[in-house]
Write a protein that binds this ligand. Structure first.
Ligand SMILES: Cc1cc2nc3c(=O)[nH]c(=O)nc-3n(C[C@H](O)[C@H](O)[C@H](O)COP(=O)(O)OP(=O)(O)OC[C@H]3O[C@@H](n4cnc5c(N)ncnc54)[C@H](O)[C@@H]3O)c2cc1C
Length: 452
């Protein structure tokens, strides 16, 4: 009797505190009788769990920082190098990310960023002397990744300037040529391009160049066409590779933009790297003084020396493109909700994210070691080629998974990932296709050349 009275007094005080308006609202949504029946049958433990869930699950979930450097490779660099990376990252985030899609869509190059980029003092990063900073190849790799992580077009523009064009002069130029051009190119006051590929000769350039050069007194006369030449619609100088009609060897020339025999034409309608200005160049009796022939380029072997160095950079670019796509997907999956929760909370989504991160981490550790070998002077063609093949293949898979995780939004430019998917296709093919780089590695490991 005493207990019964106690429960009645509990119910009485409950009734006094009930908000009948809210109860009425609730009764519109659920059958209250049924609800009381179900809840009264629950164990104390389940009830406690349910209350916690209803109050918002206790402590608010902390979303981890989005960072594709899972094995913290950047931390292994000395602080002054980490500082340079931070400056480049800041530049890419503040100056490039906000305009990347707009310029990509228009197919224009943002010329106004060149002086700002020059201030970073990173062109010709690894070269010694001639106004160049003389840093490590490892740092250069990190910077290529950092740029491609935001915009692969900008990293390509920079790779052509700093790697292919400046590299040609650094590796194959005379002292006078290096002194004349490299300091201005380092400050990005002079922009360069690199013309090797031709409309009918891409993979087979080593033996198949059709652009010719012929010496006439103190001049050379160049005839032929070059295709895909990045930056060449506006570059001040373009390095042109041509076969000497007299000794059949490949020679390199510094051709100035106002040369009357030199005609670059923009290649329109690209579906990748649209911000990069690629040109079809026609040279008709293009006369270049002997003083502008690269004095130490005597055969295609010298051209290959430049490509070996820049190919390592393209592998890093592929890592950057993959990293940008992975990080975009990770961010998006925590923001996008379906079935009442972030899609990052679904097992199948996490499986894709982890697959991407595994690939990305393998790529990063591979190029890290590649650059260490470059810094130690141990880099061979096959080392750079293997990294180019592996990283561009994995990059393609990563951007594919990332796009998948964006659902329909994955094909909209404003979400960035569509640009990564498209740009990956260009990196996959340039500086030697998968097949050609595989043949280089295959020849090294088997001792058999399968080139035809
Ligand atoms: C966006 C972009 C920018 C570029 N920038 C520059 C630049 O600045 N300067 C420059 O000089 N070049 C540049 N290139 C050219 C680039 O390096 C070439 O596109 C590349 O080397 C491939 O040549 P190709 O396009 O003529 O293809 P092809 O050589 O015609 O190859 C077509 C296909 O055949 C395959 N193939 C060819 N030979 C063999 C073989 N022996 N065995 C098996 N398969 C084979 C290839 O792997 C490929 O799949 C650029 C290209 C692009 C797309």
């Amino acid at each position: 009797m005493k207990n019964l009275l106690k429960s009645f007094s509990g119910i009485k005080s409950l009734i006094k505190n009930i908000d009948f308006a809210k109860l009425n609202e609730l009764s519109q949504k659920v059958d209250l009788n049924e609800m009381v029946g179900v809840v009264s049958k629950m164990s104390e433990e389940d009830l406690a769990k349910m209350m916690k869930m209803m109050k918002g699950g206790g402590k608010k979930k902390e979303i981890p920082e989005v960072n594709g450097d899972f094995y913290t490779l950047e931390k292994t660099l000395p602080p002054h190098e980490q500082e340079i990376i931070a400056q480049v990252r800041d530049f890419m985030e503040k100056e490039i990310r906000p305009i990347a899609n707009e310029y990509w869509n228009k197919g224009h190059f943002p010329m106004h960023i060149i002086p700002k980029m020059a201030k970073l003092n990173i062109a010709g990063l690894t070269y010694k002397g001639y106004g160049c900073p003389g840093h490590s190849a490892l740092l250069e790799g990190f910077l290529a990744m950092e740029m491609a992580r935001v915009d692969t077009s900008i990293s390509t523009f920079f790779g052509v300037q700093s790697g292919l064009a400046m590299g040609s002069i650094y590796v194959c130029g005379s002292e006078e040529q290096k002194t004349e051009w490299l300091p201005q190119m380092q400050k990005m006051e002079i922009i360069g391009a690199f013309g090797l590929t031709e409309p009918k000769v891409g993979s087979g350039v080593a033996g198949g160049l059709t652009t010719t050069c012929k010496r006439e007194g103190d001049e050379w006369v160049i005839n032929g066409q070059k295709k895909w030449i990045g930056n060449a619609t506006f570059s001040d100088i373009t390095i042109i590779w041509a076969r000497d009609l007299d000794d059949q060897q490949v020679k390199g020339f510094i051709v100035k933009k106002d040369n009357p025999g030199f005609h670059p034409e923009k290649i329109e309608n690209k579906m990748a790297l649209r911000t990069v200005q690629n040109a079809l160049i026609t040279m008709k009796d293009c006369r270049v003084p002997e003083s502008d022939r690269l004095q130490n380029a005597n055969s295609f072997k010298d051209t290959s020396e430049i490509l070996r160095l820049t190919r390592a950079g393209v592998a890093w670019q592929a890592v950057g493109c993959g990293r940008g796509a992975y990080e975009a997907a990770l961010r998006y999956t925590n923001e996008r909700k379906q079935f009442g929760r972030p899609i990052a909370g679904f097992q199948l989504v996490q499986d894709l994210l982890v697959t991407m991160l595994g690939d990305l981490t393998a790529m990063q550790t591979m190029v890290y070691r590649l650059s260490q070998m470059q810094d130690a002077g141990e880099l061979k063609d096959e080392h750079a080629s293997l990294a180019k093949v592996f990283c561009t293949l994995r990059m393609r898979t990563i951007v594919d998974h990332s796009r998948e995780l964006f659902g329909g939004n994955g094909i909209l430019l404003e979400y960035d990932i569509a640009r990564f998917v498209a740009d990956a296709e260009a990196i996959y093919s340039y500086e030697g296709t998968k097949e050609i780089n595989s043949l280089i590695v295959g020849r090294a490991i088997t001792g058999q050349s399968a080139f035809v």
